[in-house]
Structure formats: C-alpha cells, structure tokens
Design a protein around this ligand. Structure first.
Ligand SMILES: Nc1ncnc2c1ncn2[C@@H]1O[C@H](COP(=O)(O)OP(=O)(O)OP(=O)(O)O)[C@@H](O)[C@H]1O
Ligand SMILES: [Mg+2]
Length: 256
C-alpha cells in the first residue's frame, strides 16, 4: 500500500485523565475509501479515540496525521475544516430550527460568512446544496419541520447530512444507530453503505451491533482497556479467542 493512500493515522496515542490512563499507545491506520470498525466493550476507550482523532480530546502522547500532515496540535474546528468529520454518540442539533435550516447552517459554517454572503445569490447556492444534502439522506419530506420533532432515526440522518455538508474526507461515526428503533436501523445502514460505496471517504465506525459491523467493515480494530487488542478482517476477528474473551461480561447492546 502506498503511503499516499493513508487518509488518517494515529501513532501511539495516549489519553489520560489525571492518573487514569484511558488510551495507552493506540495506533491506527485508515486508508482512503476504507471502512474500519472500532469495537470493544463499554468503557474500552472508543469514543475517547474518536475524540483524539477529531481534536475534541487532547492527547497526552502520540501523533495524529491527516493525509500525512501532523494535526496533533490542531483544534477540532481546524481539523474539521481540513476534512475530519465527526458524528457524536448523542445528537447535536438545533431543535427549533427546521431540518433544512440545520443543514444550511452546516453548509454556511463550511463556507465561512461575512456580511456580503447574505446576498441572495450566495444564499441560494448554499440553500441548494443544503437541499441536496437532505435528499442524500432521504429527509426531503421533512425539510420544513423543526428538527426537534423528527424521529430519533431521522435526527441521526440529519446529523449525517450536516456532517457531509462540511465536505469531509474522513468520517468518524460514533454509534450511528444508537438509540434507534429497530425499524429505523436499515435506513441508516443503507446510508452508510452508500457513502462507503463512493469510496471517497475513509470511515471509522464505532458500533456495538455485530451484524452491522460484519456488514460494513473492511477491517475491524478491537479496543480493550485502552489498548488495541487485535485487528484484522471481520471473519478473522469473529473467530479470535482474545476478542471473544474481552467481550465476556463486557459487551452489551444498550442504546440499541
Ligand atoms: N472526561 C473524562 N474524564 C474522566 N474519565 C473519562 C472521561 N471520558 C471518558 N472517561 C473514561 O474513559 C474510559 C473510556 O471511555 P469511552 O467513553 O471512550 O469508552 P467507550 O469505549 O466509548 O464506551 P461505550 O461503548 O460505553 O460508548 C471510561 O472508563 C470512561 O469513564
Ligand atoms: Mg462510546
């Protein structure tokens, strides 16, 4: 594999909260177009690693490289502008604004604004893009509803639309199906699958539902007590004795 096709790399990442070492020398390499699932029992450090990659969580050791560039010292906003898009385990929306307005704000945030940006022509272009993002996640029918009134599953889709509006090349998806009704899960999976099929994004997916992981992952990284326990192809990981052991008593599917 050539080094040019590495999208995101974590080298020996450590994160500590006071005396508590939450991540211990975690390394991860994500290729362009690849979907890597990050799995592990509750408290393993998955969300913390997503934070370390996106810049929301300061690291106490190691480096994060985006397209070969060291971004470890960059704040989350700068990393987002450079292409690292992150969704959260819980939703982050403006509930009183409409579905479309939420996406519009994300598009506007990407473009940056000044007083002249409110000129009609610019606004129209941004609105058109917001509409097409909504279409991409199949929420056009809900465009004028306050986002707070959407179903949980649709809120998560809206979040993905807002994420895509930032034109990322790395997508960090933290439990995108968490809290969804069973009937809503296939819609989100279809959406992730469609994004994956474009091969334009490098994705890290944190997910507890193993059928989802098996369906979507090119590779699986297993995190346990803040360390990489194993990594490999999905079939290989499913038959790995260490992985099975780590999950005993630890795995559950809350928020499922
Ligand atoms: N801000 C913080 N301060 C102190 N400890 C924290 C903080 N954030 C996370 N931790 C601890 O770090 C460990 C890893 O948490 P993290 O949320 O990364 O786990 P996770 O693998 O995402 O778990 P889950 O599957 O439940 O989402 C946990 O023991 C947690 O209590
Ligand atoms: Mg988590």
């Amino acid at each position: 594999m050539s080094s040019e096709s590495v999208a995101l790399q974590a080298e020996n990442i450590s994160v500590s909260y006071g005396p508590v070492h939450v991540l211990k020398h975690v390394s991860l390499r994500l290729m362009v177009g690849e979907c890597v699932s990050l799995i592990g029992p509750n408290g393993a450090g998955k969300t913390t690693l997503m934070g370390a990659l996106s810049g929301g969580v300061p690291v106490t050791g190691g480096r994060v490289l985006l397209n070969g560039q060291d971004v470890t010292a960059w704040r989350a906003e700068k990393r987002a502008r450079a292409g690292i898009g992150r969704s959260f385990q819980t939703t982050h929306l403006f509930p009183t604004l409409t579905t479309l307005e939420n996406v519009y704000l994300a598009v506007q945030a990407r473009e940056g604004t000044n007083a002249w940006d409110y000129l009609r022509r610019v606004r129209k272009r941004l609105l058109d893009e917001a509409e097409s993002r909504l279409e991409q996640v199949q929420l056009t029918a809900h465009r004028d509803k306050p986002s707070g009134t959407l179903s949980h599953g649709d809120k998560r889709k809206l979040e993905v639309a807002m994420l895509l509006a930032l034109k990322p090349n790395v997508l960090l998806l933290d439990e995108p199906t968490a809290g969804m009704a069973v009937s809503e899960v296939p819609g989100m999976l279809q959406l992730i699958d469609a994004l994956k099929a474009q091969r334009a994004y490098a994705m890290v997916l944190v997910e507890h539902k193993m059928d989802v992981v098996m369906q979507l992952s090119d590779r699986i990284v297993v995190l346990h007590q803040g360390q990489v326990l194993a990594e490999g192809e999905p079939d290989e990981m499913m038959h790995n004795a260490d992985v099975a052991q780590a999950y005993l008593g630890g795995r559950h599917e809350t928020r499922a």
